[in-house]
Structure formats: C-alpha cells, structure tokens
Design a protein around this ligand. Sequence first.
Ligand SMILES: Nc1nc2c(c(=O)[nH]1)N[C@H]1C(S)=C(S)[C@@H](COP(=O)(O)O)O[C@H]1N2
Ligand SMILES: [Mo]
Length: 361
Amino acid sequence: MTQFDKHPDLIVRQPDPFNGGPPPNLLLGNFITPYELFFVRSHGGVPNVDRSSYRLTVDGLVERPLSLSLDDLQRLPRAAVTATLQCAGNRRQEMMAHKPIPDELPWGTEAVSNAEWSGVPLREVLAAAGVRPGARHAAFTGLDDTERHGHRFNFGGSIPLDKALSGEVLLADSMNGQPLQPVHGAPLRVVVPGYVGARSVKWLSRITLQEKPSDNYFQARAYRLFPPHYDKDNVDWEKGLMLGEAPVNSVILSPQEKATVPAGKVTVRGWALAGGSRGVARVDISADGGENWTVADFIKDEGVFVWRLWEAVLDLASGPQEIVCRAWDTAAQTQPERAGQVWNFKGYANNAWHRVRVTCA
Ligand SMILES: Nc1nc2c(c(=O)[nH]1)N[C@H]1C(S)=C(S)[C@@H](COP(=O)(O)O)O[C@H]1N2
Ligand SMILES: [Mo]
C-alpha cells in the first residue's frame, strides 16, 4: 500500500513525515493534478483532527474574537479558486549541485501541483470578526506538531492583511470537488494563490490579526531568502527576506533528463508559473545554451494563480543535446540562467533556466 493512497510512482523524498511529488511523465498533460499525484510537503506528521470538537479560533486585532465549528463555517458564503501550489524548495536539487545544502529535502521538479480548491473566503471570516485598526498581517497556525532545533511547536506563517482581504485567499475544505484529504490539511487549510506553498497552512486552527508578520519559525527563520555568503553557522536571521509572492518559474516535463529521442523534430512540453497576480506572458526554448530561442505555444490561458502548459517543436541534430527553457511574466521579469546565481543556504526559490540533457539518435 502506498501512503495516503498516493500514486506508487510518486518520487518520495522522505517517508516519515511523508514528502513526495509526481515524476514529470505523470504530470504531463494534466492541467489539474489528481489527488493521487498531488505533491505533499509536511514538516511534521498528519494530526488526527476530531471534526465535532474542531474549532477555528480568530483572534488578535479583531472586534469580535470567534471560535467557529465546521457547521458555523458551512453557513458562510463559499467560493472556488484554481491555484497551483509550489513549494519554495522546489528544484533545490539543482542548487545543491552548485554547492551543498545540508538538512533540506533534495526536491527535483516535483514539489508543485495544481488543484481546484473551494471553501470560505478568508475575507468573509475576517468580516465576521471585524478588523481593528493597526492590523497589518494575518497569521495562521496549524495543528501539526513539528520539531526544529530541539523545540516542538505548531507550523505557522502569515500573509499581509491586504492579501488576506483580497477575496482570493480561501479557507478550503474541498480539493478537486472532493472533501479535502487529511494529508492536505483536512478539515480546513488556507490556500494563498500566487504565494509560496508554505503560506497555505494546513490543519488550520487559528487566525490571528497582528501588526507584525508571524514569529513562527517557518516565517521568521525558514522560508526566508538569505544573501549567498550566509550559512547555518553565520546566519543573521533578520537578514533574510520573507518569501511571499513566488518568482516566475518554468520546467520541461518532456523529454525527460537522460532520455533518448529520435533526431529531427522533437516536441518539448512543460509548465510555467508566475507569482503574485502576474501571469505567464511567454516561454522560450533553446537547444544551444540560449544563443537562439524558439517561442513556445501555450495550450490554453487559464488566468492567474495557475500554471500555463506549453509546447514547442525543436529540430535537433543527432548526438547529445541540452534543452533549456525560460518563462517571462506579465511584468517582463524572467528567470536567471544558472542555479548558482541564486544559490542560498536554505535552497529556496530556484527559478534558473530548466535544463534537460537528452541524446538524439
Ligand atoms: N500545518 C502545516 N501546513 C503546511 C505545511 C506543514 O508542514 N504544516 N507545509 C507547507 C508547505 S512548505 C507547503 S509547500 C504546502 C504543501 O501543501 P501540500 O502538502 O498540500 O502539497 O503546505 C504548507 N502548509
Ligand atoms: Mo514548501
């Protein structure tokens, strides 16, 4: 039996707590990622949550602190959003090849998936509680027990209040039209479209409005982007920029690394994803290290917060070939050429040109 009824071919980076994601060949062609393939990133175990005694606490800088049961939440307006979740650690392995990153999961390109989420907009819950002046951030706390540096605590993180009130952020109890499953945060998780996955807190138990960002380890230390000369021995935790909106990224799903393909016309396929409320504007493919580029065709425009699937046809001569891709977002930002250029000791936000080496026969 596979854990949590996930697909047996998932690439498992850690069995306990379970962390894994879908290999490129299984992601290919799926705009929506089915449950069995959807990646899992959990820092602790999956908590057992009793649905009848479950309460969501809303406190901090609010007019009326709330304690909401699942029935109370059912009475609030609902909305749906399709959003691609990507872990900030996705593609860390390519950074590790430049310089080691100890004690972090060596994600390939599989820490990303796309689903249709539905639930109660966070804005509705905050409207019911009433936002008090001075509130700037919405902090989330999960029910899972994590352990870092000898301390045990619940996972948490925060987003700016503007984003929390945008109507885009959901307290989701449903994924792809099915009840949210335990490994993805049931009974209730946050979904923050356009942000790094870490802010989409699973097993949500508390929302606190506050003046400052969350002081939870996963906001105050982890999921920060540090300058390249820092490592775990000399880090100044204040010097990392807190990750929120994700940078534009793209990945080649086919052909796969080390594949042998017939020389001549080769169809290259993949995904591209922009952060914040930006869209993907263009994807370029090159087989000569970026001297010449072919512009890829998009399969469809599904709007913001979701990946765009693309394909391009290259004419490849026989022999070893390296295919690279880079995407541009609607703010005309693009990806750096090499992972070493954005290396950081926690290994976050690698969005270097994605490269696959193939042999054309
Ligand atoms: N409570 C809790 N929420 C969490 C996490 C966690 O470990 N505990 N991991 C975060 C990270 S780092 C990511 S990338 C996403 C992954 O969501 P998924 O497991 O549903 O794919 O959940 C986020 N929410
Ligand atoms: Mo993550």
